[in-house]
Design a protein around this ligand. Structure first.
Ligand SMILES: *Cc1c(COP(=O)(O)O)cnc(C)c1O
Length: 355
């Protein structure tokens, strides 16, 4: 397929002070868009000025949430090179999500080529300061106007970019996590392993309740027994227990995070044993109290690695360490991952794709 590049007439002002960059509020000048129609396939792939879509009020995505997305980052390295981190993993997962939601798959190699072209054109938007990056959001939505429940016959696939600031300004800061004993995120056979907006819509109520109580994130338990750890917000959760890294297995209800995959590989490189197994709330509380669990952290593209300071379940709270200091393994995994992404460390797994 040909990629058309349409002219850009107006330019938006950039955020001058990079310490003022927030997450997901400012977008660059251009975006990638392509259309799909049953019988015609994908067509009209273009890089065009960033602008609102004109969608029919009956567009199926607005009613039945046939939608998927991805999230990845581009980094500006000290030597000026631009690096994408494991982008093909994201496009493969995009197609995995598309299949589950009965949406047309995309050509992964073409998507990567289009993304690289878009990032090249928008290269001035990639911030320079340490810890900053360009966040990339590919999405696929059902645009056909029809109020019947079935897979749509028309879709829009697009990619938008936003410069994002350093998530941690004064070093990694441990978060407080509320374990939900009532709301669940995903059940077996559902869409928990799919990156689809509906999962997030369903999570808002519990997240708001947790925020009102002063917690940063909700930890979801399994839907069946409400006993075992699943994941947190948009992060997979890992524990350092008896010197091993313990994390939930990919059994269909949690997202197969690319940061999770990367962290497991790095932990293995560091000589840690990995256990992908069910971990219960009881085990977390006992382990944190008797010192078997020394660290816990979330792993996801937006934050990279986010240390957990404490867990609360019903009326019990357990603090890891002093609740304020990032654990040694967590810090090392964070530093290693960032080091590979930004080019300060070698890339033994071949994760970095330079523009
Ligand atoms: C995106 C996402 C993650 C993290 O995945 P990464 O590929 O590491 O960014 C974890 N959980 C959920 C529910 C997500 O949507």
């Amino acid at each position: 397929m040909k990629l058309q590049v349409l002219p850009l007439e107006t330019f938006k002002p950039h955020v001058e002070d990079e310490s003022q960059l927030s997450f997901g509020k400012q977008f660059t000048d251009r975006m990638f868009v392509m259309n799909y129609k049953t019988g015609q396939g994908w067509h009209n792939a273009r890089i065009q000025p960033y602008q609102p879509f004109s969608l029919d009020p009956a567009a199926m995505v607005l009613h039945y949430a046939q939608e998927i997305f991805e999230g990845l980052k581009a980094f500006r390295r000290p030597d000026g090179q631009i690096a994408l981190f494991r982008p093909m993993d994201n496009f493969r997962r995009f197609n995995f999500s598309a299949r589950r939601m009965c949406m047309p798959e995309v050509d992964e190699a073409f998507m990567l080529q289009a993304l690289k072209e878009l990032v090249r054109l928008e290269v001035d938007w990639i911030p320079h300061s340490e810890g900053t990056s360009l966040y990339i959001r590919p999405a696929l939505i059902a645009s056909e106007p029809m109020l019947g429940v079935r897979p749509a016959d028309e879709y829009l696939c697009y990619m938008i970019l936003c410069p994002v600031g350093a998530y941690y300004k004064g070093g990694l800061a441990p978060v407080k996590i509320w374990i939900s004993d009532h709301y669940v995120r995903a059940a077996h056979g559902g869409t928990g392993e799919v990156k689809t907006g509906g999962n997030y819509a369903a999570s808002l109520y519990a997240a708001r309740e947790a925020a009102e109580k002063g917690y940063d994130q909700v930890l979801w338990l399994d839907a069946k027994e409400k006993k075992y750890v699943e994941e947190v917000g948009s992060m997979n959760l890992c524990f350092i227990m008896d010197g091993k890294l313990v994390t939930s297995p990919l059994h269909g209800t949690i997202l197969d995070g690319i940061t999770r995959r990367s962290v497991l590989a790095l932990a293995r490189d560091m000589g840690l044993e990995i256990e992908e197994r069910a971990l219960s709330v009881d085990e977390i509380f006992a382990g944190a109290e008797n010192g078997r669990i020394t660290e816990a952290f979330g792993a996801g593209t937006a934050v990279v690695v986010s240390p957990v300071g404490q867990f609360t379940y019903q009326d019990r709270t357990v603090v890891l360490g002093d609740g304020k200091t990032t654990g040694e393994v967590t810090q090392k995994l964070y530093d290693t991952l960032i080091g590979i992404q930004c080019g300060q460390l070698p890339d033994p797994h071949g994760w970095v794709d330079l523009l």
